[in-house]
Structure formats: structure tokens, C-alpha cells
Design a binder for this molecule. Sequence first.
Ligand code: ADP
Length: 439
Amino acid sequence: MRASPSKSPQVLDPEQVLQGLHPLMLSGSLLISAAVGLQYLGQWRVMAWVFGANALRIFLNVLLSKVFARRLAPSVVEWARLAVNVSILAAIGVLAGWSLLLWSYVPFSMFWLYGMNGSGRGRALVYIGVMDGAALLSGCDPFEPLAFSLLAVLSFLMTEKRAELLQRSLEHIIEQREQLAWAQGELRLLHERAFEQEKFSSLGLMAAGVAHEINNPMAFVTSNVNSLYKDLKQQQPLAEPLKEYVDEVLPATLDGIKRVNAIVSDLRRFARGDPEVYSEYDPNEEAKAALRIVQGQLHHVRAELELGEVGNVVGRPQQLVQVLVNMLANAGQATAPGGVVRLSTREETDGIRVEVRDTGMGMTPETLRNLFQPFFTTKPPGMGTGLGLAVAHSIVTGQGGHIEVESTPGKGACFTLHLPRVAHRPSRSTGDRVSAAAA
Ligand code: ADP
């Protein structure tokens, strides 16, 4: 199983939020400024003063956020903007009187100041403090600053809370989307495995039938040819044509029979798995045994064994030997004299890993694609049956493990078995189905 997805990343970037709010804040500011100016209709000097001061304020804001923002740190720009806004607004308040429309700037500014870079609260407090201080010092009715300051604090807190909740729900949605993508991946993987199992299961049924049909006649062919060979050997002296039979034809025939029997037994094993019982065993011991068995086929290469601390596992030891013998023999056949075949074991988080690596001729992408297909072989007729890796695949997946193959043509190949610490047991239905056909 793959690891479940990690926690979702930050989804709301404060800088991006500020950028997004920019046009809205600018139009809001222009609207309030126009309303404040219009309030002094008739008092032309005051009105010109209010419009002029607001125009300067807006110009400085745009200058700071568009030009200086590229050269200065964001927090410096924000503090500078705060200083510009609060000083010009307080000056308008002192010189033109504290109109209610001017006060509406205070809660409106809170939408901009909330929680940015963690210093939004500080800036909001300075903003309210300066406006209130200037108002009280210039003799304004204290309930006016109180009313708008309260509204400002509450607007600030509400905006902050809303942003936090939005952030949380976005994180939740992202997390769910990642989990969904992960589950889809798992489902696809399971589907592929089920499809593969199904394919192997039907091939198994067919193979079991063929093996059964061949097995019985082969039993008496083997026995009869053996008896004939023994009887003829005892007849002395033999006529010349019969002598040739005893010396060459019959031994070659027995050799051929032995090979057919081996294929039939492989087919039967492929079809229903080895009936060996599950037991606790040391994979390192089985790896050594496999290497011993195949030693005769590896005399032309340097065979290396690297055993890690893997501890005991539960499964079918003889099946592991069978898989390794096949892989080691393949590696030996693919590797030229002087090359290296290496068998190693290592512990993994949830099981063990056994690796058969060689420096041989490697495989083409075409071979890699068909490697585990029954009867796929690139060896000359009589040399390979194409069943070894199909059997290995069915054994390993049947125990809940999997095989990984890496290879570059001309540079060698590496087969990695990943086995669980406790092998899975085959489901009754599949086992029964295939065994019934093989019987
Ligand atoms: P067989 O050995 O009877 O051909 P296998 O199923 O064991 O059947 O192997 C199938 C094919 O996989 C082989 O014919 C060979 O082409 C390829 N193969 C397996 N192991 C190796 C290896 N270590 N290096 C190169 N090719 C390999």
C-alpha cells in the first residue's frame, strides 16, 4: 500500500488576498472621499482642501503599493501607507470637523488591515488610536469615535474570523480532493491487479488441464522407455543397430522425457501453487540454499551473496527457493563469463526485499513487457519454457508480495522481490477452482 497523502498546504496567500482587494479598496476609498468632499458643498475652501488632501492620499497610496512595493519589504510598505492614511484623515478631521462620513473610513479600513503578515492587528490598533486621539484632542464628541471604533474592532474581528473559517474549509476541500485522487490511484492499481489475477487464473485452469492430460501418458512412456533401456543394456552382446540405440538414441530419448516431465511439473505448480504448508523460516537460509542449488550454472560468473539482518518471516520457504533458483539461473544464462550475479536480502518497513542482480545482457523493452507472460521466452528451442517467471509471479503475488524489474539492454538486470513479513494465504475459492481443474 502506498502512504496516505500528507497534510494539505497553505491555501490562502495573504499577499494574493491584498492584491485581489486592491481595486475594490481603491474604488471604496474614492467613493467615501467624494462623499466627504460633497458634504462641504458651498464651503469652497474646505471642500477644495478635503478633495486636495484626499487626492494626495490616494496618489501616495498608489505610489506606495505600485512603485515602492517592488523595492521595500511588504510590512514597511503597509506601515508607510498606514502613516499616510491616518495622518491625512486625522488632518481632514481636525481642520474640516469630524463628519460622520469621515468616520466611515475607520471601519472600512479594517477590511484591508485584517491579519496580514501577523501585524494587521497592530496596524489596526494604531489606526484607531490615532484617529480617536486626534478627534478627542480637537474637541470632538467622545461618543462619535467610540461608536466607530467599536464598529471598526468588530469589523476587524469578523473579517479575521471569516478568513480563518474560509481557510479551514479550503484546506478541508483540498485534503478531500487529495484523498480522492489517492483512492482513485489505489482503485486503479487494485483493478489492474484483479485483471492480472483473473488472466493468470484462467491461464492456470488451462495449464492445469493440459498438464493433467500429458502427465498420465508421460508416466507410462517414462516407465516403458526406462525398462527398455535397462533390458537392452543387460543383453550382451548386442546387434550393431541395437547398440546404437543403447548408446545414443535411448539416453537422448530419456533426456527428452525428463525435460517434458519438468515442464509438466512446472505447469502443474503454476496452475495450483505448491501445496507446501506455511511455516516460519529464515529467508537468508533459503537464499543460501538457492545459490547452492544453482551453483553449477554460475561457474562462469562471480556469484556474490549479501545477506542483511532480515529476521524470520512466515510463508512457503520452498517456493522462495524455487523463485530464486529460476531467477539466478536466468541471470547466469544472461551473463557472459567474468560478469557478476549478486543475490542480496534486506529488511523493509513492512517486509523483506530479495534482489537478484546481474551484469548480463539486460532486456529490451519488449522483453520487459512480456516477461511474466506464460510461455514467453527468448531462449532457443529446448533451452527455455517461458514458465519460470510466470510461476515466480504467481507464487510471489499469491503470498501478497510483488516483483519489480529494472533492466537496461547491455547493462544487466535486477529482479526485486518485495515480500510481506507474513505471507497472505490464497482465498479458498480461487485455490479450490484451480485445484479442482488440476486434479
Ligand atoms: P525461460 O527462462 O524458460 O525463458 P522465464 O520465464 O524464466 O523463462 O524467462 C522469460 C524470459 O525473460 C527469458 O527468456 C529471458 O528473455 C528473460 N529474462 C529473464 N531473466 C533475465 C535476465 N536476468 N537477463 C536477461 N533476460 C532475462
